[in-house]
Design a protein around this ligand. Structure first.
Ligand code: NAD
Ligand code: MG
Length: 397
């Protein structure tokens, strides 16, 4: 059966890698819809190559500009906004949705795909971190097929019996060993970390990624978000997950069993591997990834994460333990702080400070509905912005 794929966030790092895998298998995959925020030129090029039925832009002005560029291709319907995004994500004509919008903006369209019972390839970890149990309940209720694309979670998924991934407690699994590269500042002192620049934070040693996740990797918030993501995907707790800093980024994570076996998934650090795994699962297809040369890599190293220099990982574990809306607050404060850092309006070390202050000021309540999640997301963003203006005012004096 040929899969009909919709890509949410087609112009991003994950979106383009997904299209690269699809390009190699025209017999297996067709592109149903592509979506992007405002990058009209990039989207126009993708539409010309892949000829989707729908192209969705975040706002009407970008949609109008795209329509102009595609006036010779009237078969492509150009839509805009949340309605357009959720519409293509749940369209019965497509069976597979790559959820690769960055941040909270991806939650509603990803949820629309889940509720429509699609195969959902989850890259947008923030959606799951924000809404946790509600998201997993929606997956179960709709019978959606949720496959992890985050390389660590895809590795864990590959190291588990597929029928037991939501029921790991009965499967003889004792621990998940979640690997982390340590980011570009792994060896920096606390002092030299204070004033690193956005460009330094965005040049990751092993992976080329979008800006937000690159900063998250540098603060280790990415590992914190991934810890929460793993708890929900594999129905476990932070106590059963141990983060291992592994600077080579070749082992993408491991699963330990009661008999002492530890299963690992290895590969070159290239997102096309987990993407191809999710697209073709349970089959295996060529992803265009260079074969792994272990002789050239030579050796693997492991160290414990330093929670003093990288407090974001601790904050994420605490937010998961607090439960309710705390992870949504953590995520929103992080998005605001990272965006201020990228704009040169917040120093690197203050990202964690803002998140901690926001978590302390926004009351945690039961995450009883998606409305509650979005209310807390908005409140956390307000509080984080207030705290940032205070920090900056104190600096100026
Ligand atoms: P990116 O910034 O490169 O791309 C983001 C995509 O989302 C773009 O297509 C952009 O147009 C779209 N987008 C952004 N804001 C939007 C909005 N408000 N409305 C609609 N569309 C919007 O990001 P990325 O690196 O591709 O990451 C995407 C997601 O995948 C993130 O959640 C990230 O954590 C996750 N992820 C990425 C990698 C990686 O290697 N890049 C690895 C694991 C997980
Ligand atoms: Mg990852």
């Amino acid at each position: 059966m040929k899969r009909s794929v919709t890509i949410l966030g087609a112009t991003g790092s994950i979106g383009l890698n997904t299209l690269d895998v699809i390009r190699r298998h025209p017999d297996r995959f067709g592109v149903h819809a592509l979506t992007a925020s405002t990058s009209v030129d990039s989207m126009a090029g993708l539409c010309r190559e892949f000829r989707p039925l729908y192209a969705v832009m975040a706002d009407q002005a970008s949609a109008d500009a795209l329509s102009d560029q595609l006036s010779d291709l009237p078969a492509i319907q150009v839509l805009s906004g949340e309605e357009g995004l959720c519409g293509v994500a749940s369209d019965p004509e497509s069976d597979t949705v790559m959820a690769a919008i960055v941040g909270a903006a991806g939650l509603l369209p990803t949820l629309a795909a889940v509720r429509a019972g699609k195969r959902v390839l989850l890259a947008n970890k923030e959606a799951l971190v924000m809404s946790g149990q509600l998201f997993m309940d929606a997956v179960a209720q709709a019978g959606a097929e949720l496959l992890p694309i985050d390389s660590e979670h895809n590795a864990i998924f590959q190291c588990m019996p597929p029928e037991r991934i939501r029921d790991t407690r009965g499967a003889g699994i004792t621990r998940i060993l979640l690997t982390a590269s340590g980011g570009p500042f792994r060896t920096f002192s606390a002092e030299s970390l204070r004033d690193v620049l956005p460009a330094e934070a965005c040049s990751h040693p092993n992976w080329t990624m979008g800006q937000k996740i690159s900063v998250d990797s540098a603060t280790l918030m990415n590992k914190g978000l991934e810890l929460i993501e793993a708890c929900w995907l594999f129905n476990t707790t932070p106590d059963a997950i141990e983060v291992h800093v592994h600077p080579e980024s070749i082992i993408h994570s491991m699963v330990e069993y009661a008999d002492g076996s530890v299963l690992a998934q290895l590969g070159s650090p290239d997102m096309r591997t987990p993407i191809a795994n999710g697209l073709a699962w349970p089959e295996r297809i060529d992803a265009g990834v260079a074969p792994l040369d272990l002789f050239q890599i030579g050796s693997f190293h492991f160290e414990r994460p330093d929670l003093e220099r990288f407090p974001c990982l601790r904050l994420a574990a605490e937010a998961f333990r607090s439960g309710g809306t705390a992870p949504a607050v953590l995520n929103a404060a992080n998005e605001e702080a990272v965006s201020a850092f990228l704009d040169g309006k917040l120093c690197f070390a203050d990202i964690a400070v803002i998140i901690e202050q926001t978590l302390a000021r926004v009351a945690t309540v039961n995450a009883d509905s998606f409305d509650t999640i979005f209310e807390k997301d908005a409140e956390a963003r307000r509080v984080a912005r207030e705290r940032m203006s205070l920090i900056n005012r104190n600096r100026d004096h």
